[in-house]
Ligand binder design. Structure first.
Ligand code: SAM
Length: 237
């Protein structure tokens, strides 16, 4: 049977319309589908059992692109599991629809799909799990991660900044906090494909992040976009 007969379509838009001020507070800028496909193409491994984390998943564009990427593998994967974190109730409604769509895509190809939709703060939850298990603080649960994390400055001394510092994570922006935590959740060969501002590359402001991140991760491929206004043309990034 052709795939289109069994897989329901996604709603025409998977980006919720929110006022700019609310978007800024949430650090919310959605990845257009073509860019999501491009980023998912950074994964290099043919995994049998995908264990993906999408922290700050929005409406799920990056998860969907990774599922489509995995379904192009030969042989096809056996299972695909995703843990998706999102705090915005408006985005969560769309994320749920996207996850259902991923399940249908996988079912049509005989791949067992499961998801853990975590409607909670990724930073709080991950720090909490690390604190609960002091003897194994880095739970290496995932073999792949994809992210376009929220961007917002973290002021020194704010409760979130203090909690991260207490866990040994010096983060000046939400995006570096997300990447530091994600890097702790990946297994040894785990791959991370992420869209981030280039600010982390230079200067003392992100030095602690670079040291921490590069102590467990290595760059395999970098793509520098000419202008974020072009790439995220639908959003006032
Ligand atoms: C830059 S947007 C990207 C969304 C999606 N990854 C994409 O590429 O389209 C970041 C998302 O992270 C969510 N977010 C912000 N703070 C969060 C937190 N502490 N925990 C989980 N999600 C968060 C925002 O609501 C937003 O949807």
């Amino acid at each position: 049977m052709p795939r289109s007969a069994t897989v329901p379509n996604l709603p025409p838009s998977i980006a919720p319309a929110r006022p700019e001020a609310e978007k800024r507070t949430l650090g919310q800028y959605f990845t257009p589908p073509e860019l999501a496909d491009f980023i998912a193409g950074f994964f290099t491994r043919n995994l049998r059992n995908w264990r993906l984390i999408d922290a700050g998943a929005g409406a799920g564009a990056l998860t969907l692109a990774t599922v489509k990427h995995a379904l192009e593998q030969r042989p096809r994967p056996t299972t695909f599991h995703v843990s998706a974190y999102e705090i915005d109730p408006v985005a969560i409604v769309l994320l749920r629809q996207t996850l259902d769509h991923c399940a249908a895509l996988c079912a049509a190809e005989g791949v067992v799909f499961s998801f853990d939709l975590r409607t909670e703060d990724f930073i709080e939850h991950t720090l909490g799990s690390m604190e609960q298990n002091l003897f194994a603080p880095e739970a290496k649960t995932f073999n792949a991660a994809i992210a376009n994390p929220p961007y917002r400055k973290l002021s020194t001394g704010s409760p979130q900044h203090r909690r991260l510092c207490a866990a040994g994570i010096e983060a000046s922006n939400l995006y570096s906090a997300f990447l530091s935590l994600v890097s702790r959740l990946l297994d040894a060969e785990g791959e991370l494909a992420a869209i981030v501002p280039r600010s982390f590359c230079n200067g003392p402001y992100f030095r602690a992040f670079r040291r921490d991140f590069l102590s467990r991760m290595a760059f395999r491929r970098l793509h520098v976009f000419g202008s974020r206004n072009t790439v995220f043309s639908a959003e006032a990034v």
